[in-house]
Design a protein around this ligand. Structure first.
Ligand SMILES: [Ca+2]
Ligand SMILES: [Ca+2]
Ligand SMILES: [Ca+2]
Length: 173
């Protein structure tokens, strides 16, 4: 008798689990329809050590300071962020979210350097408009576990910027 009850209970649990799966599948498309995608283009720098195997993430911020989720930039079966790579990643946000700024983050101790300028670092809006990112003029920008600083390049004509894990939240233009 006890066995019969526990079997019935197991069946009930299995049926409710299956129903939960069906309802998750049914709500997924409408949740997707309520979100839109921004495309983030990033260019890893040309110098030794610019590449990284650490986790790189990004988030978008709107004019009121609302933040998107932090999204890990990671393509499957691909070694992201190696020297001179141009990589594009997606940040999904709720429809109506109007990005004004972008911020990047990198964990770990494998420093990553990337390039600024419209052709190297841009954000393409859901409507297809491509925005530049208003970084200070520099040769490259590093995300590092070291302290934040600015160093003249060997040619002494420009700077390399070093940021401690987090970049500033840079304005889009
Ligand atoms: Ca590195
Ligand atoms: Ca890598
Ligand atoms: Ca990858």
């Amino acid at each position: 008798m006890a066995i019969g009850i526990s079997k019935r209970r197991a069946l009930c649990l299995a049926v409710s689990a299956a129903l939960a799966l069906v309802s998750a599948a049914a709500t997924a498309p409408s949740a997707q329809a309520d979100s839109v995608s921004y495309r983030i283009k990033l260019t890893t720098g040309p110098h030794g050590g610019c590449g990284t195997d650490n986790t790189v993430m990004g988030q978008l911020i709107d004019a009121s300071g609302h933040e998107s989720a932090w999204v890990k930039f990671d393509k499957s079966w691909y070694d992201d962020f190696e020297t001179n790579d141009v990589d594009t990643y997606t940040i999904n946000v709720p429809r109506g979210f109007n990005a004004k700024k972008i911020q990047l983050w990198k964990g770990g101790n494998d420093d990553w350097c990337f390039r600024g300028g419209f052709s190297n670092f841009s954000v393409t809006r859901p409507n297809g408009r491509e925005d530049g990112v208003n970084t200070p003029t520099a040769r490259v920008y590093w995300l590092t576990e070291e302290e934040e600083r600015r160093e003249p390049t060997p040619a002494n004509t420009t700077y390399d910027y070093y940021y401690h894990h987090y970049s500033p939240a840079w304005t889009l233009y």
